[in-house]
Design a protein around this ligand. Structure first.
Ligand code: B12
Length: 435
């Protein structure tokens, strides 16, 4: 069979005022373009799980063109997150109308399988591992089942693990590549709609496997930049130290997402500095720490918030920038929060900042809680699951206050003057440390 693997790969903001800001604020736009060039690691994994006798073609669609002729395949597999799922469904409907069987999978499909099943011959829940070879066999035999369940644990065990088909990226003009070293995260934040939702517990790749994969992923790219597609890379500090030391000799520049406890481990921080790590993205969520409530079920972030500044300093003084993330619209936040975030960023020396709005992704505990309280603006708003569009009624401000406050904060943080100021301050911190 000739199998088409199609990734919906756009970036999205629906609220027009914010979309315009994105276009006019250079720093914000640049980051958007960099991120938008990341491939679908999910489908590269599906490709690797495909028995060799079948041909696979990997495609990315950023903007759906409903009139474009359909490329001919014997089987189509589509991956999308919530924001582009309606486009994925529209494409699936077109293929099915043309007689081509369609399989849908990924995070959103796992969380909303009944909805997805209306647009597919088969849906795959959880990881493709443990399911995809059966799907292909059944499709070849013309007997697809409506639903398959892939693995929620053991995905990196030798009997299930496959190395994603990075060779399918050979001709791409981008130097960014992703590798996943773990799936899941013990923090279990209420809002999380990432790999935590397709795993029962943290799944960690053995160090050697992760390193071999990184070598494969970076080998065919000129000056590669590696982004780890993990939810929280350094949960296990012993694993982290071993991994980072093994990564250093590869000479790759890299980035990952983790929690603030990375700053508790000086040995790890020193190893990170020597390993080519350029930036850590850390979810601080709130500058105050007293408004985290249900989003922080174990009180992990609230308990550490008084030491955020110290943590940022410890990391950045080693020459690794911190991209600090803050969520706006949390319960208990009043309109003061926008100034609080701006002031915190000012005091912290953070060089990069990511502010997003609390987003009730379908299938998450946050969605269930806000729906039960009648606080969702619409019941179905998947195309607005962008992390920038407001979809719920905040507890202590109006929707309009949240939207306009976000716009204000965007212009305060993402402008050339502020960026240069933050960069200078960062250079000072690094210089002091070196002295
Ligand atoms: C890389 C990335 C991107 C790339 C995606 C490239 C692509 N086409 O896949 C780009 C930059 C384009 C992107 C865009 C966006 N992203 Co993004 N992105 C990520 C990131 C960093 C890593 C994802 C990844 O590679 N995971 C590793 C792979 C192996 O896992 P996986 O995709 O789940 O695949 C496994 C299973 O799900 C399954 N599977 C997946 N697809 C399929 C398909 C089939 C047929 C089958 C059988 C199985 C299967 O098998 C795979 C192997 O087990 C995550 C954050 C994170 N740390 O995970 C956010 C994340 C996925 N993104 C997110 C968001 C919100 C966005 C944007 C809306 C941002 C914006 N404002 O534009 C857009 C939406 C794009 C869309 N298509 O809807 C959210 C999504 C939440 C959700 N449930 O929808 C995440 C979780 C981040 C977050 N903060 O919450 N993103």
């Amino acid at each position: 069979m000739k199998i088409g693997l199609i990734a919906m790969s756009g970036v999205r903001v629906r609220t027009p005022e914010l979309a315009e800001l994105g276009i006019t604020l250079p720093q914000f736009l640049n980051r958007g373009q960099v991120i938008a060039s990341l491939p679908s690691l999910g489908l590269l994994t599906v490709a690797a799980l495909t028995p060799e006798e079948h041909e696979v073609q990997y495609r990315e669609i950023a903007e759906l063109d409903g009139d474009a002729p359909l490329e001919a395949f014997d089987l189509v597999a589509i991956s999308s997150f919530a924001a582009q799922i309606d486009e994925a469904y529209a494409l699936a409907d077109r293929y099915r109308a043309a007689g081509t069987p369609v399989v849908l999978g990924g995070l959103h499909v796992t969380l909303m399988p009944d909805e997805a099943a209306e647009h597919a011959d088969a849906v795959v829940l959880n990881g493709a591992e443990g399911a995809w070879p059966r799907v292909v066999e059944d499709a070849r035999a013309g007997s697809l089942a409506p639903r398959y369940e892939g693995l929620r644990r053991g995905v990196f065990e030798p009997e299930h693990y496959v190395r994603p088909r990075f060779d399918l990226l050979a001709d791409r003009p981008y130097n960014r590549v992703t590798v996943q070293t773990s799936r899941g995260c013990p923090l279990n934040c209420e809002f999380c709609a990432a790999s935590l939702r397709i795993t029962d517990s943290l799944q960690q790749k053995p160090v050697e496997l992760a390193i071999e994969e990184i070598k494969a992923a970076t080998s065919q790219i000129d000056r590669p930049f590696l982004e780890l597609a993990d939810d929280n890379t350094f949960v296990n500090k012993r694993w982290a130290r071993d991994f980072v030391r093994a990564l250093a000799p590869l000479g790759v520049s890299w980035f990952t997402e983790t929690d603030v406890s990375v700053a508790d481990d000086d040995e790890l921080l020193d190893a990170l500095a020597d390993s080519g790590c350029r930036q850590l993205l850390i979810g601080f969520e709130s500058p105050d720490g007293n408004d985290l409530g249900a989003i922080d079920p174990h009180g992990f972030k609230a308990g550490r918030s008084s030491r955020y500044l110290e943590a940022i300093d410890k990391i950045q003084s080693r020459g690794i920038t911190v991209n600090g993330c803050f969520i706006l619209g949390l319960d208990g936040q009043t309109p003061d929060v926008f100034e609080h975030v701006r002031d915190f960023v000012d005091r912290s020396g953070l060089i990069e900042v990511q502010v997003t709005v609390q987003t009730p992704f379908p299938g998450t505990p946050l969605y269930a809680r806000l729906a039960a309280a009648g606080r969702l603006l619409q019941e179905r708003f998947w195309d607005r699951c962008t992390l920038f569009d407001v979809n719920f009624v905040p507890s202590d401000m109006t929707v309009e206050q949240l939207e306009s406050g976000m716009r204000w904060l965007f212009t305060e943080l993402y402008n050339e003057h502020e960026f240069v100021k933050r960069k200078r301050r960062y250079m000072e911190i690094v210089k002091q440390r070196m002295a």
